[in-house]
Design a binder for this molecule. Structure first.
Ligand code: FAD
Length: 576
C-alpha cells in the first residue's frame, strides 16, 4: 500500500465525483490544495477570477444550469468573506455547492494570527455542511460527506482547510472513497394521485402555476396543460418551464407578472402548483382548492392552503396526471385567458415598437431576442433589467433563463454567463444587467476574455439604480441617492481585450447586436437606455396606486423635480 498527500487524494476524489472545474483565487492558506489541483490541471480546470464573489456566483449559476455541484475556492479571511454572497445565492435557490476555503495552520488556531477568521462560525447560517479539516486521514471521507450532503440537501457544503494538515500523507487505498450517491425521488402515493385526478376532473377554472421545479419536466408540463386545457402561469425563475409563445401560457405572476396571469389566478377554482414555493400570497387565488406537486415534503402547504399534496418529482407526477385525467378540449375559461393574453401581447408589442432615442428597454429586449439562438442561455441580473428581461424576452423550451431569484443579488448576470460558457461552450450566453449591477462585478469581464469565452454582456446604461427609484416612488417616497456617473463600458471592454459597442441611438442597436453575435471574443454592449422607462407592474393594485399618488403629492409639496410619468394609457390599462 502506498502513501499519497491528503490534498492529492482529495483532488482525485473530486474527479471521481465528476468535478471538472473550480472558480477561485489562490493564496497562502489554500495553496497546498491549489498545488494538488495544478497537478491534475488537465482534468480539473481552474478559473482564476478577479473577485471571489464572482467565483461563488458562477459556481451557483453552474449548478442552476446543470444540476451538478458548483465548486469555488478562496483563501481564508478576506477571500472566504468575499465568497459569502454567491454562497447565499446557492443556499436560497437550493442548488448544491462545494466551497473550499483556506485556514491558518492548525497549530496556530486561536492565536489571533494574520487573517484568522473563524470560518465555521462565519458560515453557520449559510451552510448545510460546515467543517474544519482536522486530520489528513479523515480529509477524503469528510469531502465525500460534504458533497453528498450538498447534493442531498441542495445547499452549500464548506470545508475550512488548514494548509499544514492537508500536506499530511495518507494511505492511497481508502475504503470510504466511494462516490456512489443515489438520491431517490420520493415515490408517488396512489391515494394522493387519485384525489388530485378527481379534483382536476371536477374543476372548471384550473390554473397551473409552474416554478423552477417544473423546469425538469417541460414536456410533461406542456402535455398536462394541453390535456386539461388549463392556462399556465409561471414564477420568475420558472421562466422557460413552458415556451412564452405556447397558447396556454398566461405569463408570470407577481409584480413583474402579467395582467392575464393575475386575472386567471383571481378567477381560478383550482390552483395546481408544480415545483414552486412562490411566496406572494396576494397574487394567488382566494379560496380555491389546490393540488401541489413538490419533491420536498416540507414545501407542501407552506404558502397556500393545499387540498391535495403530491410529494414527488414533477415529471413523474405530471405524466401520471396527464394519463389519468379526463381530456378537455373546449374550456371557456382557457379561451377567456387566451383572449386576454392576445391583448396583453398586443400591448407588449406596442411597448417594444418604440423606435426612440434614448433607447426603450422594451425595444432593447426585442432586439436581443432577434439575435438569440435556438438554445441561448440568458443570465439575468437584478434590478429593472429583471423586469424587462422577464417580461419582454420571448424564450423557448430549449433556451435557459437564470437569475438570483431568492437572494436577489445584483451582480449575478456576468458570473452566470461565465458559468454558462464553461458548462456549454457551444451555446450562446447573454447576460443582461443594469449599469449598477454590472459595475459590481465588471472586473470579471477580463476573466471571460482571458479564458476565451465569447459571451455577450448587455448593459442597460441609465446611470441610475432605477429599480430602487421605483421602489421609492411606489412607497410614496422621493427619489434619493440612486444616481451615479457614467462609465463607458464599451471602452472598458476594449481595455480588457474584448469588444465593446456604445449604443446611443436606436438605429445603431440592431447592427451592434449583429456584430456582437458574430464576435469570437467577449462583448459588452453598452446601451444608453431611457432613464424614465417605468417598470410598471403587469397589474397595478390599489396599494401601488396609492403609493404613486402619495409620491406625486409629496413631490409637489416639497417642490421636488417631478419625474416623467409613464403614459396614462398604460397606467389605466394595467390598473383597471
Ligand atoms: P423556488 O422557491 O426555488 O421553488 C422551487 C420548488 O420546486 C421548491 O419547492 C423545490 O422543492 C421544488 N422542486 C425542485 N425540483 C423539483 C422536481 N424535480 N419536482 C418537483 N418539485 C421540485 N418571482 C415571481 O414569481 N414574481 C415576481 O414578480 C418576482 N419578482 C422578483 C423581482 C426581483 C428583482 C427578484 C430578484 C426576484 C423576484 N421574484 C419574483 C423571485 C422570487 O423572489 C422567488 O424567488 C420566486 O417567486 C420563487 O420561484 P419558485 O417558486 O419557482 O422557486
Amino acid at each position: 500500500m502506498g502513501k499519497v498527500k491528503a490534498s492529492e487524494a482529495v483532488v482525485k476524489l473530486f474527479e471521481n465525483w465528476g468535478i471538472d472545474h473550480i472558480y477561485g483565487i489562490p493564496g497562502d492558506s489554500i495553496n497546498t490544495m491549489v498545488e494538488a489541483l495544478r497537478k491534475e490541471e488537465s482534468k480539473i480546470k481552474f478559473y482564476t477570477v478577479r473577485h471571489e464573489e464572482v467565483a461563488s456566483l458562477a459556481a451557483a449559476a453552474y449548478s442552476k444550469l446543470t444540476g451538478k455541484i458548483g465548486v469555488c475556492l478562496a483563501i481564508g479571511g478576506p477571500g472566504a468573506i468575499h465568497l459569502l454572497n454567491g454562497m447565499y445565492d446557492a443556499k436560497m435557490d437550493h442548488v448544491p455547492m462545494l466551497v473550499l476555503v483556506g485556514h491558518i495552520p492548525a497549530r496556530l488556531t486561536g492565536t489571533d494570527y494574520f487573517q484568522e477568521v473563524n470560518t465555521v462560525e462565519l458560515f453557520k447560517d449559510v451552510a448545510v455542511y460546515n467543517k474544519d479539516i482536522t486530520s489528513a486521514e479523515s480529509f477524503p471521507a469528510v469531502v465525500n460527506q460534504a458533497i453528498r450532503t450538498a447534493y442531498q440537501e441542495r445547499g452549500v457544503a464548506v470545508l475550512s482547510i488548514p494548509d499544514d494538515i492537508v500536506l499530511g500523507e495518507i494511505s492511497d487505498n481508502i475504503p470510504q472513497l466511494s462516490t456512489v450517491f443515489e438520491k431517490k425521488n420520493p415515490g408517488l402515493v396512489q391515494n394522493d394521485l387519485n384525489d388530485a385526478v378527481a379534483l382536476i376532473n371536477s374543476a372548471s377554472n384550473p390554473v397551473i402555476l409552474a416554478g423552477v421545479g417544473a423546469k425538469s419536466a417541460k414536456k410533461e408540463l406542456r402535455s398536462f396543460a394541453e390535456r386539461i386545457s388549463a392556462p399556465v402561469a409561471i414564477t420568475l425563475p420558472g421562466k422557460g418551464a413552458i415556451a412564452d409563445d405556447h397558447p396556454n401560457f398566461v405569463g408570470n405572476i407577481g409584480k413583474i407578472g402579467t395582467k392575464p396571469a393575475y386575472e386567471a389566478m383571481k378567477s381560478a377554482d383550482l390552483l395546481i402548483m408544480v415545483g414552486t414555493d412562490y411566496p406572494y400570497a396576494a397574487y394567488l387565488p382566494e379560496g380555491a382548492k389546490c393540488v401541489q406537486i413538490d419533491i420536498d415534503p416540507v414545501k407542501i402547504g407552506k404558502r397556500y392552503s393545499v387540498t391535495v399534496g403530491i410529494v414527488g418529482d414533477a415529471s413523474e407526477a405530471l405524466s401520471y396526471l396527464t394519463e389519468h385525467t379526463t381530456p378537455v378540449t373546449d374550456r371557456p375559461f382557457l379561451k377567456t385567458c387566451q383572449n386576454k393574453m392576445n391583448t396583453w401581447w398586443k400591448w407588449m408589442a406596442e411597448d417594444q415598437d418604440k423606435k426612440q432615442t434614448p433607447i426603450a428597454p422594451e425595444a432593447l429586449m426585442s432586439a436581443i431576442s432577434s439575435i438569440s439562438e435556438e438554445d441561448t442561455i440568458y443570465s439575468v441580473d437584478v434590478g429593472t433589467s429583471t423586469v424587462w428581461s422577464t417580461r419582454y424576452l420571448k424564450i423557448s423550451e430549449n433556451q435557459d433563463f437564470i437569475v438570483s431569484a431568492w437572494l436577489g443579488t445584483m451582480g449575478c448576470g456576468l458570473p452566470g454567463a461565465i458559468a454558462a460558457k464553461q458548462a456549454f461552450p457551444d451555446r450562446q450566453a447573454i447576460s443582461i444587467s443594469g449599469d449598477g449591477a454590472f459595475a459590481m462585478v465588471m472586473q470579471d469581464f477580463a476573466t471571460a476574455v482571458y479564458y476565451k469565452m465569447p459571451l455577450i454582456c448587455v448593459v442597460l446604461n441609465n446611470r441610475q439604480l432605477s429599480f430602487i427609484k421605483y421602489e421609492q416612488q411606489s412607497a410614496g417616497q422621493l427619489k434619493y441617492a440612486v444616481d451615479f456617473g457614467d462609465i463607458d463600458y464599451a471602452k472598458f471592454a476594449e481595455a480588457c481585450g474584448g469588444m465593446g459597442f456604445r449604443v446611443e441611438k436606436y438605429e445603431d442597436l440592431q447592427p451592434a447586436l449583429e456584430q456582437a453575435k458574430a464576435a469570437d471574443v467577449p462583448v459588452i454592449l453598452d446601451v444608453v437606455v431611457d432613464v424614465d422607462a417605468a417598470p410598471l407592474p403587469g397589474k397595478i393594485v390599489m396599494d401601488e396606486a396609492k403609493g404613486y399618488a402619495r409620491f406625486t403629492a409629496k413631490s409637489i409639496a416639497e417642490n421636488h423635480k417631478l419625474e416623467k410619468m409613464p403614459p396614462m394609457k398604460t397606467v389605466v390599462r394595467r390598473f383597471l
